[in-house]
Write a protein that binds this ligand. Structure first.
Ligand SMILES: O=C(O)CCC(=O)C(=O)O
Length: 261
């Protein structure tokens, strides 16, 4: 299974509309892939949006990002994890919501970020938290959905594995200041869950916060298959899905769990 991780630059000089058009073009160019993944809140950037979240909030069904991404998935003929948007959910507030489209452009899954980022004001204060563990069945694999700060909470990933996930997909807007954690946690999740990890971050500076970049593809043994640099980049890798079951068979740590089953 060929995957493409689009590590977008989210500098403030580019408007959300311009970035949407540019991202759609980048997705269309990945027509040779099976699964294309974009980062977290890439239209505004996860940090620049704090002051004007409601202005940028949109519908996951037919907002501007959903419309363009649906068309891009269809035109490229790929599965598209379109990263996350700020979802306007009326009385329920705002959510950090990921969108997954099939190759016909149908929105097949949404995932509302469960662990809101509480280290600085922004998200944890202004947004509502999701509650549902979400997976999606692709032809080659079951993907498990998580977003950025979720990466720090292994219990979510165990729940995803228990729901059948073999590939963990994590769009993020991770700051450069904690890049060491990003790489370490992505590899830890792959090793402990014996799953592929596709973690795609943003590049550039957003809301005054330098972004880590360094999107990463990790195999179920914890080996890094591909890693981006700090700038805008498209990271591609070929996954052998049989490796997940083989790793789980040959080294049965998941089956040897005692607690939490
Ligand atoms: O956990 C971190 O260090 C970064 C998390 C974050 O930036 C986010 O969830 O938006």
């Amino acid at each position: 299974m060929r995957v493409s991780l689009i590590q977008l630059a989210v500098d403030a000089a580019e408007s959300p509309d311009a970035r949407r058009e540019r991202a759609a073009g980048l997705v269309r160019a990945e027509s040779g892939s099976d699964l294309v993944v974009l980062p977290e809140m890439w239209t505004t950037g996860a940090f620049a949006c704090a002051g004007h979240l409601p202005d940028e909030a949109e519908s996951p069904a037919d907002g501007p990002t959903a419309r363009l991404m649906s068309a891009a998935a269809r035109e490229a003929g790929v599965w598209l994890h379109a990263g996350s948007i700020i979802e306007q959910a009326g009385a329920d507030g705002l959510f950090n919501t990921s969108l997954v489209f099939d190759p016909s452009g149908r929105l097949v899954r949404t995932y509302r970020k469960i662990h809101l980022f509480g280290f600085d004001e922004g998200e944890a204060v202004l947004m509502s938290a999701g509650r549902d563990v979400v997976t999606a069945q692709l032809p080659e694999t079951v993907i498990g959905l998580a977003t950025c700060y979720d990466l720090r909470f292994p219990e979510l990933f165990r729940a995803l594995v228990d729901a059948g996930a073999e590939t963990l997909v994590i769009p993020a807007g991770w700051p450069a200041a904690r890049r060491a954690h990003w790489t370490l946690l992505a590899r830890a999740r792959a090793v402990e869950d014996q799953a592929y990890v596709l973690a795609v971050g943003t590049a550039g500076t957003n809301g005054g916060v330098e972004q880590a970049g360094h999107s990463i593809v990790v195999d179920p043994w914890g080996e890094v298959l591909a890693e981006a640099g700090p700038g805008e980049e498209i990271l591609r890798a070929d996954l052998d899905m049989a490796r997940v079951s083989r790793t789980r068979e040959e080294f049965p740590a998941l089956r040897n769990r005692v607690l939490g089953r």
